[in-house]
Design a protein around this ligand. Structure first.
Ligand SMILES: *Cc1c(COP(=O)(O)O)cnc(C)c1O
Length: 367
């Protein structure tokens, strides 16, 4: 019964997905050490106790715990939340995909659910939403690079199932305040799940910023999404988690692939949690560098949105790609979003100094 010329066809959603572009490595420039500032990675290598935990966990022939119970128990302790209110995954992106698989897709009759998120925001959102079968509803940021929560409310329909908030927003930098989040959640129908992506929460210094864990405690339709990839510097080990109401978390866990977090990843994450004061010292060093770089650039006339993550945003519009090319010539890789702007991660002081030099030359060239 085979028909010549037919081949397996992927779901139509797949062909419409935007392609994820990973941050480029820096170019080789003779005489210059390259710095990758395009993926918001932590410039610090692993803490000695984390490296030791990884070495001790290398029993590679055994499967890890199916639901990452050791890690979830450690997190429950540290965060003072119940273990069954935590789901872990291979990075927070895996957890987000699980959340969407559980709460958004297509209903009977084929009508797509709707998922609202800010735009521009994390590049993965439209990919994850598209893959789930649901429809992306992007809501433009304000000119200051902030979420426009009134516009979110106006975008809610009876097909809205999930709302994703990114705070601080990647790539623009501003964080939501607790006051604006509370006022927003008061007006969001209780049957819509609100995912608060806090990938950079440790870097936030705005006093009134969102406290997603407190929010999640009070509101069963809110979920906090967190990662070990940024502040903990464990991007390569792929460990993330969500905290929410146990009923919501149980639904997310039900659709999850078991064994998502390796024993090695769990051991590293637990060791890092146990070394939190030293993790936060490093975070503080990055924040100090962020404040130095952003203040210096602003004093030279650059317009930069509030930077609450380990990165900042240059709204360069049509010049974004040219700027990223100039950075490559200086052995720096930064992230250009063509027609929009450039996101630059905070790196070592030396890397950041070179960014300041580059911006100095760029302003000179533009003048
Ligand atoms: C980096 C980042 C993540 C983290 O992804 P992992 O899968 O945990 O590495 C999640 N959300 C945002 C907004 C990010 O920038």
């Amino acid at each position: 019964m085979s028909t010549v010329g037919t081949a397996p066809r992927p779901r139509p959603e797949l062909e419409r997905l935007p392609v994820y572009r990973a941050g480029r490595p820096p170019a080789d420039v003779p005489g210059l050490v390259g710095h990758k500032l395009s993926s918001n990675e932590n410039p610090f290598g692993p803490l000695p106790e984390v490296a030791a935990a990884v070495r001790d966990a290398l029993a590679l022939n055994r499967y890890p715990d199916a639901t990452a119970a050791p890690l979830r128990e450690a997190l429950a302790d540290v965060l003072s939340v119940p273990v069954d209110g935590i789901v872990a995954g291979a990075g927070s992106l895996d957890v987000l995909n699980k959340i969407l698989a559980a709460f958004a897709g297509r209903r009977a009759g084929g009508t797509p659910d709707e998922v609202i998120f800010a735009w521009r925001s994390f590049e993965s959102y439209p990919i994850s939403v598209g893959l789930s079968g649901a429809k992306s509803v992007p809501v433009p940021l304000t000119p200051e690079g902030r979420h426009d929560l009134d516009a979110f409310l106006a975008a809610i329909t009876d097909r809205t199932r999930v709302i994703i908030l990114c705070t601080p927003n990647n790539p623009t930098g501003p964080a939501l305040s607790g006051t604006e989040l509370d006022a927003f959640l008061e007006r969001v129908p209780a049957d819509i799940l609100v995912v608060i992506d806090e990938a950079y929460v440790e870097f936030v210094r705005e006093p009134d910023a969102v406290d997603a864990l407190a929010t999640v405690r009070d509101r069963p339709n809110a979920v906090a999404l967190r990662t070990f990839s940024k502040a903990h510097g464990l991007a390569d080990l792929r460990v993330g988690y969500a905290v929410g109401h146990p009923d919501v978390i149980a639904s997310v866990q039900r659709g999850a692939v078991p064994f998502a977090v390796s024993t090695v990843g769990q051991a590293a994450a637990i060791a890092s949690l146990n070394a939190m004061p030293r993790v936060l010292e490093r975070v503080e060093a990055i924040v100090v560098e962020r404040e130095r770089v952003v203040a210096e650039l602003r004093s030279r006339g650059w317009v930069i949105p509030d930077a609450q993550g380990n990165f900042f945003w240059l709204p360069l519009g049509e010049q974004a790609e040219a700027f990223a090319d100039a950075a490559l010539d200086a052995a720096l890789s930064v992230r250009a979003f063509p027609g929009d702007g450039v996101r630059i991660s905070i790196g070592s002081p030396e890397a950041n100094d070179r960014v300041l030099d580059l911006c100095g030359h760029w302003a000179g060239a533009a003048a």
